[in-house]
Ligand binder design. Structure first.
Ligand code: ADP
Length: 190
């Protein structure tokens, strides 16, 4: 079974690719962004706590996010494997994930960084804003999300490279082509 982390800037196509990879690999795709948005829609305490950060394009505090992921990874379906989309995003989250996995006596197999060109990503996000009307997809907010990513999350690629876990995949091109590249990069073609 496979335990994967997907890294990549806002708009890199992580959500789209996560759903496809999860199906092929037969593991649950766990997207922290999706879990937060669902909680916001449902008006849960977690959603209320997270909403102001999300709308501003800031990260939800680590304490909140880590607790949420720990609960989700403890569910039965994530036992044999999982694909984490959007977590970890900070150095503290890396350490917390290490602790969670250590408790289960398991390790990550790969950390896959989807690389994109920034202009292309701005185009994609503008399109998504028009189609889905996500509250954090206005141009001003996504510029801020890029900055936060560059400062807090991009350095995690090096952390995982130092552990020999990082694979980088070009996220530009057709969705199917990118999926094929991702599967090839983790040694799971077709
Ligand atoms: P994108 O990949 O387009 O940046 P996501 O759907 O993954 O968007 O996340 C949307 C928002 O949810 C983030 O901007 C952030 O506020 C919050 N979020 C998601 N994952 C995390 C995380 N690991 N730590 C803190 N905040 C998070």
């Amino acid at each position: 079974m496979t335990r994967l982390v997907l890294l990549g800037p806002p708009g890199a196509g992580k959500g789209t690719q996560a759903a496809r990879l999860a199906q092929t690999l037969d593991v649950p795709a766990i997207s922290t962004g999706d879990i937060f948005r669902r909680n916001v829609t449902e008006g849960t305490d977690l959603g209320v706590a997270a909403k102001k950060y999300i709308d501003a394009g800031d990260y939800v505090p680590d304490s909140v996010t880590n607790a949420m992921v720990a609960d989700r990874l403890a569910e039965a379906d994530a036992g044999p494997g999982f694909l984490l989309d959007g977590y970890p995003r900070t150095g503290d989250q890396v350490l917390e994930l290490d602790r969670m996995l250590q408790e289960q006596g398991v390790d990550l197999d790969h950390v896959v960084e989807i690389t994109v060109d920034t202009d292309e990503v701005v185009k994609r996000l503008t399109k998504r804003a028009a189609e889905q009307g996500r509250s954090d997809d206005t141009e001003e907010v996504f510029r801020h999300r890029f900055e936060v990513y560059a400062e807090q999350t991009a350095p995690l690629a090096q952390t995982y490279a130092d552990r020999g876990l990082l694979v980088q995949v070009d996220g530009m091109g057709e969705v199917d082509v990118v999926t094929a590249r991702l599967l090839a990069a983790i040694g799971r073609e077709g």
